[in-house]
Design a protein around this ligand. Structure first.
Ligand code: BYC
Length: 317
């Protein structure tokens, strides 16, 4: 492929690579819409990781044992690392980290709806690990085969860590499920509050998902939102039953004919309100991130001044 080829030839070459499952790399030609769609999705994904640190960090000082505290600290730190891999992957597409981060802060880029719900009890932390990380894995395992190489490779490492996160969450909820009546009630309450928002993480129903068809044709998404949601439900209901807990859905039932669990209606009005910025914690989450950005300005200034000094020293030598 030479750079002086006309666009229709480059497009044909790109299409052939997608068709043959050959990853697209940062320096390869790609249609601008593919690039912009990836910046949107990877940027949103990166923002989700770093905003997702907040609800869990809320419990670090109140973890019930030293072991739980150490695990939670490590998990929250992992999420920061995931954000960094993803911001780096987004940068390979030509955007700057500062630009997309600014768009998070001014509310013009999204982050996952799930992090706009509060963490009211210790059980919420177990449930986030079990359900939220569990949902994230189902979505992210599929993204390990995304057509854009830097995104797919970031996902492989992230999935390994998410799998540990999910297991520690399930272990934590298992302890509560075997505990006192108060602990079981606390767990059930956490499940009741997080069940539906977790199902919403997969995005709108396929018929209302404007980006899916093109993203699937480009093999960024390998499965539709509804397919992944169903996979998560089928994986999770047996775990819920093993815990002796219930979902807040009277219509949840095994369907012999389809071989899948059936669920009741998702409240899409709630989802739409949350992604428009009107969820319970949207304001609080963005305020926390804006404050951190402002409080960290001296670190950025010191780092860039040091970099300038080093560059000047190198030039003078
Ligand atoms: N929340 O056409 P659609 C984690 C938006 S963090 C907010 O189906 P797409 C963790 C969507 O962006 C990992 N917005 O979109 C961290 C679009 O709006 P725009 C979180 C959502 O992109 C810390 C519009 O709705 N995982 O695990 O084809 C602690 C229409 O949707 C949501 C990811 O970020 C939502 N839930 O498919 C613990 C996964 N759903 O952008 C855990 C990466 C949809 O056109 N992202 N929207 O304005 C994806 O896989 C895809 O972007 C989605 C949506 C499946 C989420």
């Amino acid at each position: 492929m030479t750079t002086d080829q006309p666009d229709h030839q480059r497009q044909a070459h790109f299409d052939a690579k997608i068709e043959a499952d050959i990853t697209i790399e940062a320096k390869d030609w790609m249609p601008d819409a593919y690039r912009q769609n990836l910046i949107r999705q990877i940027g949103q994904h990166a923002h989700s990781e770093v905003v997702g640190m907040l609800p869990e960090a809320n419990w670090i000082t109140r973890a019930p044992t030293l072991r739980r505290k150490a695990v939670l600290l490590a998990k929250v730190q992992d999420e920061a690392g995931h954000g960094l891999y993803l911001y780096s992957a987004a940068e390979t597409l030509g955007c700057t980290r500062q630009d997309i981060y600014q768009k998070l802060l001014d509310g013009t880029m999204k982050y996952s709806s799930i992090f706009n719900y509060p963490t009211l009890s210790w059980a919420d932390i177990g449930v986030i690990g079990w359900l939220v990380d569990g949902a994230a894995i189902v979505n992210q395992v599929a993204l390990c085969r995304a057509s854009y190489g830097p995104y797919a490779r970031a996902m492989v490492k992230i999935c390994k860590e998410e799998s540990f996160h999910q297991r520690q969450g399930y272990e934590a909820v298992t302890v509560l499920a075997k505990g006192s009546e108060t602990q079981r009630a606390m767990l059930q309450d956490a499940i009741n509050r997080f069940w539906w928002p977790t199902l919403m993480m997969f995005g709108p129903n396929d018929s209302d998902s404007p980006n899916s068809a093109q993203s699937m044709a480009w093999k960024i998404k390998r499965f539709s939102n509804d397919e992944l949601r169903q996979k998560f439900i089928d994986n999770t209901v047996p775990q819920l039953e093993a815990l002796g807990m219930t979902a807040p859905d009277p219509e949840l039932a095994w369907d012999e004919t389809t071989g899948h669990y059936r669920i009741g209606d998702i409240n899409w009005d709630e989802f739409n309100q949350v992604i428009k910025g009107y969820g319970i914690c949207n304001h609080e989450r963005l305020e926390a991130k804006r404050r951190a950005w402002e409080n960290g300005s001296w670190v950025r200034e010191a780092a860039s001044s040091h970099a300038r000094k080093m560059a000047a020293k190198k030039q003078a030598a």
